[in-house]
Design a binder for this molecule. Structure first.
Ligand code: RP5
Ligand code: MG
Ligand code: MG
Length: 281
């Protein structure tokens, strides 16, 4: 990703802090801008959380930037990695966001997520693949959730826990957000695990790297690994008992097209999946 939009301008999510305005041409760090003095904000919710880093100034905190440090992956999925500013804080690999600090993100530098793109074909009344009149191509349907934090529709993804495998995180987040597994009985939860694992066994990588997330700052940002789990017949995913849970307020199948508006840069990942399948966009 070369440019970001969703993490610039306006109030930082969940706060009254106004980002400094950053024009497009001043986004890259390579463009000199000595007057740039954005506000500094790290949410108070981060203090003492086991999933969050301490302040950079805290005694004994000496992170190994751009490296895998025990369970904490401080490597970027962006091929160029990231550099540090004069104060030793990681620098957003895309550029300026109008805010320093970590905002709501727990880690300095990359914060790793996993995103599932679960798809099937839209079907016509005869049960066959429905063809979109505008393109003559079949249309995909995708499982999306409505985020509780901002009300926007999004992929049912989430953070990879320290030490967790991405392949496990992508299944867990789907179970939690799209199947409400956290509120299921232990027995039912095991059943959901089996059901999801069967479909997710054949995933195809779609994207890895920076996400244009509204929570990004100059020193902390979201990255993801996104996978497509496509069900050609639609039977297996059709049997998913969709029910929103955890940080999702609603869940639905969304028809995929260029009009699909989604949180952060999720629509770009959906477009890549539509292209992979030769589907309508
Ligand atoms: C996005 O935020 C990622 O693509 C992923 O969908 C999500 C992870 O954050 P939470 O859903 O856990 O807030 O940047
Ligand atoms: Mg989640
Ligand atoms: Mg989530």
């Amino acid at each position: 990703m070369k440019m970001h939009f969703k993490c610039r301008g306006g109030k930082y999510p969940g706060s009254e802090v106004e980002r400094a305005a950053v024009p497009d041409d001043k986004v890259p760090w390579s463009v000199m801008w000595p007057e740039y003095a954005p506000p500094v904000y790290s949410s108070p919710v981060l203090a003492g959380k086991p999933w969050a880093d301490p302040e950079l100034s805290e005694a004994g905190f000496s992170p190994r930037w751009n490296q895998l440090e025990g369970g904490v992956d401080r490597r970027s999925r962006q091929p160029e990695g990231y550099s540090l500013d004069a104060a030793g804080a990681p620098l957003n690999p895309v550029g300026r966001t109008g805010l320093r600090g970590r905002g709501l993100l727990g880690r300095w530098g990359p914060n790793h997520a996993a995103d599932p793109l679960v798809t099937r074909w839209r079907r016509g009344a005869d049960g066959g693949r429905w063809l979109h009149p505008a393109s003559g191509r079949p249309q995909l349907q995708l499982v999306t959730i409505q985020r509780r934090d901002c009300g926007q529709w999004a992929l049912p993804g989430g953070m990879v826990d320290a030490g967790e495998r991405v392949s496990a995180a992508v299944q867990r987040e789907f179970r939690e957000e799209a199947l409400n597994a956290l509120e299921a009985s232990p027995e039912r939860r095991r059943e959901l695990e089996r059901q999801v694992a069967a479909v997710f066994a054949a995933g195809k990588p779609v994207y890895q790297g920076y996400v244009d997330d509204p929570r990004n700052t100059d020193n902390a940002w979201m990255e993801t690994e996104a996978f497509n789990f496509h069900d050609e017949t639609g039977e297996a995913v059709g049997a998913f008992p969709l029910q929103a849970g955890d940080d999702a307020g609603a869940v639905r199948w969304t028809d995929v097209s260029a009009e699909t508006e989604l949180y952060a840069s999720h629509a770009a990942m959906v477009r890549a999946v539509a292209q992979m399948h030769g589907a309508h966009w």
